[in-house]
Design a binder for this molecule. Structure first.
Ligand SMILES: [Fe+2]
Length: 354
């Protein structure tokens, strides 16, 4: 059976993510599983070199640690994207359900709904190979403490959907942090540190509740980006100029984009003090006051790194610092309004005061 299919395991270094290419040798129909945005060029080049016709881009779940390459690959290949239906992602072509079947030639990809790590998790079974995402890792499993995760559900998913498969089924996980590439159902049933067959559901739930892991570095960026298939750049309305590493826009451009502020697509964050906000030069309609310093830092730390934000102050100095701080924290679409409220008033634009 194995010589009728093609298989490649690829690795993304920064987030230790595995991407897989599977294909039917006869028809050359292929699927890519869990592609990462940063390695899309590498993966598409390999697919071309292998002479494959990419039919599906399959995500095992909405990832929190990396941005999916699904949207970018769909744009460049016309392959259909698929992720678990619970994700409710509008840009997905095929919302996957438990028990659904997809085909590469006459070879079946069986979709197994395996929620628990997140509520969107699926595992893909193809020709004796199991692509488990983060539901089952080598000697471990994905965390269950965010994205509607549930240790109760993960235990049932793994025990009732995966551990019933033949012992020689090969397990290909979504990640590995210790250099391991594959396992088998038989080995995981015996040796998985959290999930082996001698661990009860109550013991498992206790193990998971005591993990106390830090959130993934990219969670604030990755989850919202993955809800639009990783095509974050398409959601941007303003294209700032980069001056000395700081994205900048003019008062005129802010004016032109005020409808986007009203529609809450772009946020105007005024970083002055409360007194200045309501006196002196006033503030722009729709602006939110978040004063530079502790207030702004905690606002940025908790915020969504994909938010489009224009920072404003009196003359453009403090808002420049705010922009730099946001960029350092991983914000992608923030910018400084050059000239600040002084310039705004010079242009005789309407202002508000409390
Ligand atoms: Fe995950």
């Amino acid at each position: 059976m194995k010589n009728e299919i093609l298989f490649q395991q690829l690795f993304e270094n920064e987030t230790s993510t595995y991407t897989y290419i599977i294909a039917d040798k006869k028809t050359k129909e292929a699927a890519i599983i869990d592609p990462v945005l940063e390695t899309v060029n590498r993966d598409l080049k390999l697919i071309e070199e292998m002479g494959l016709n990419l039919k599906y881009v399959l995500d095992t779940h909405i990832h929190a640690d990396h941005i999916t390459g699904a949207g970018e690959i769909r744009k460049r290949t016309h392959a259909k994207t698929a992720v678990g239906s619970a994700a409710e992602v509008a840009c997905i072509d095929i919302p996957l359900e438990d028990g659904q079947e997809l085909f590469l030639g006459d070879k079946k990809i069986m979709i197994l709904g395996t929620p628990g790590h997140t509520n969107t998790c699926s595992t893909f079974l193809f020709e004796g190979m199991l692509f488990t995402g983060d539901a089952l890792l080598i000697r471990g499993c994905g965390r269950t403490d965010f994205q509607q995760g549930s240790s109760d559900k993960l235990y049932d998913s793994v025990h009732q959907k995966l551990f019933i498969l033949p012992d020689d089924t090969i397990v290909y996980p979504g990640h590995d942090y210790r250099g391991q590439t594959a396992s088998t159902i038989g080995l995981e049933k015996k040796f998985n540190a959290r999930m082996n067959q001698s661990i009860s559901k109550d013991e498992f739930k206790k193990i998971m509740s005591e993990l106390k892991l830090a959130h993934p570095k990219k969670i604030h960026e990755a989850v919202p980006a993955n809800m639009v298939c990783g095509l974050v750049q398409e959601t941007r309305s303003i294209h700032p100029q980069i001056v000395d590493g700081i994205p900048e826009i003019s008062v005129e451009e802010v004016l032109a984009h005020l409808p986007a502020v009203t529609a809450k697509k772009v946020r105007l964050i005024d970083v002055r003090g409360p007194h200045e906000f309501n006196a002196e030069y006033g503030h722009i309609q729709g602006a939110e006051l978040v004063t530079l310093g502790a207030d702004l830092t905690s606002f940025l730390e908790q915020g969504n790194r994909s938010d489009e934000i224009v920072f404003v102050c009196r003359s453009g100095g403090r808002s420049g610092f705010a922009t730099a701080e946001s960029v350092n924290l991983g914000y992608k679409f923030t910018m400084n309004m050059v000239g600040g409220m002084i310039r705004w008033n010079e242009k005789n634009q309407p202002v508000e005061r409390a």
